[in-house]
Design a protein around this ligand. Structure first.
Ligand code: AMP
Ligand code: TRP
Length: 334
């Protein structure tokens, strides 16, 4: 069997939360045993929205620490910082010339992020998806574990890869990468509003569980999370019509190995307090140790730098081969 190449990235833009973990990072660690894996901290993406330099640096270390604390092993996977491998920016330029304006105009994440302010956001925010395509194609990655908000960007990556292959008559040069998305937990919602995504940028800290939240904070947040005035329902169908409850079920199932039906069979007909207590316990068991490890690693910058240095070397080596072929195909004189 051909080994898959897996690549994904997380932006160093603030505290990581349960959505990042369940939607993406948890799968990174799972995939590293059977595949060739590269996981980057995408600082070039982060600056599409202004970041204070000290915060960007600190957040870059924090994502590195979160990768390690979540079980990504630097001996099995390449962990690196995007700006330290210049091929990302170089390939992004070539792909900017392949990607069509009309394709970028359809990106819903740009519309959400720019809102009514679209004349005044950076042009980097608009071309962000071509940089993401470059991240993936620079390593000819075949599988990309992400949350469902990234699905459209993956489809665009496939379109760009296909157009490059066609335009330059280089059949199969870039593989068409597949998203790896786990359905139930690919979109973890806010604890306060089951119709909006759990996000770093929500002003209420009670909307999310951060990976660095301690035990008491997790208990408080779950206690305050929105549920219903009714007892715990007895069918999946009823739960699907209750966004906040459905979200808590998805989270419960995501941090334990129980299916939603198993969870229903334990709590149906009871009020939500037992359910919430047990959910807090499950989260504390899974998330609190990661938070403790992140804090510990943040005090060991020497080790974090060493991981990033080694990752940089490996990523550079691999990416240079592909970029050289791209430059050749495009017709740049060597
Ligand atoms: P970001 O923090 O935007 O760089 O996201 C890093 C990864 O986490 C991406 O794969 C996202 O799709 C994923 N992600 C972010 N928020 C959520 C969420 N609320 N639920 C599931 N996945 C998420
Ligand atoms: N756009 C992704 C996000 O906002 C982050 C990202 C950048 C990424 N490059 C990537 C994810 C390459 C997967 C593969 O979450």
């Amino acid at each position: 069997m051909i080994k898959k190449t897996v690549l994904s990235g997380v932006q160093p833009t603030g505290d990581l939360h349960l959505g990042n973990y369940l939607g993406a990072i948890k799968n990174f660690a799972k995939m590293q045993n059977e595949n060739e894996c590269l996981f980057c901290i995408v600082d070039l993406h982060a600056i599409t929205v202004f970041q204070k330099s000290e915060e960007l640096r600190n957040n870059t270390y924090e994502v590195t620490a979160a990768y390690l604390a979540s079980g990504i092993d630097p001996k099995k996977s390449v962990i690196f910082n995007q700006s330290q491998v210049s091929g990302h920016a170089e390939l992004a330029w070539v792909l900017n010339c392949v990607c069509r304006m009309g394709w970028l105009n359809r990106m819903t994440q740009f519309k959400e992020k720019s809102g009514k302010n679209s004349e005044n956001v950076s042009s980097g925010l608009f071309t962000y998806p071509t940089l993401m395509a470059a991240d993936i194609l620079l390593y000819k990655a075949t599988h990309v574990p992400v949350g469902s908000d990234q699905k459209q960007h993956l489809e665009l990556t496939r379109d760009i890869a296909q157009k490059f292959n066609n335009d330059y008559e280089s059949q199969d040069f870039f593989p068409l990468p597949e998203p790896y998305i786990e359905k139930e937990i690919s979109r973890v919602m806010s604890l306060r509003d089951g119709t909006s995504k759990m996000s770093k940028s929500d002003i209420s800290d009670y909307s999310r569980i951060n990976l660095i939240d301690d035990k008491d904070t997790i208990i408080k947040k779950i206690k305050k999370s929105k549920t219903a005035d009714t007892p715990v329902p007895s069918s999946i169908e009823t739960i699907s019509d209750m966004p906040e409850v459905n979200n808590l079920f998805n989270i419960f199932s995501g941090v334990t190995s129980m299916s939603k039906n198993e969870i229903i069979s334990i709590y149906e007909g009871q009020n939500f307090s037992n359910f919430k207590n047990d959910l807090s316990d499950a989260l504390i068991e899974k998330i609190a140790p990661i938070g403790i490890e992140i804090k510990k690693l943040m005090n060991d910058k020497k080790y974090l730098n060493q991981v990033l240095q080694e990752g940089k070397e490996k990523a550079r080596k691999k990416s240079e081969l592909v970029l050289k072929d791209v430059y050749d195909i495009v017709g740049f004189v060597k």
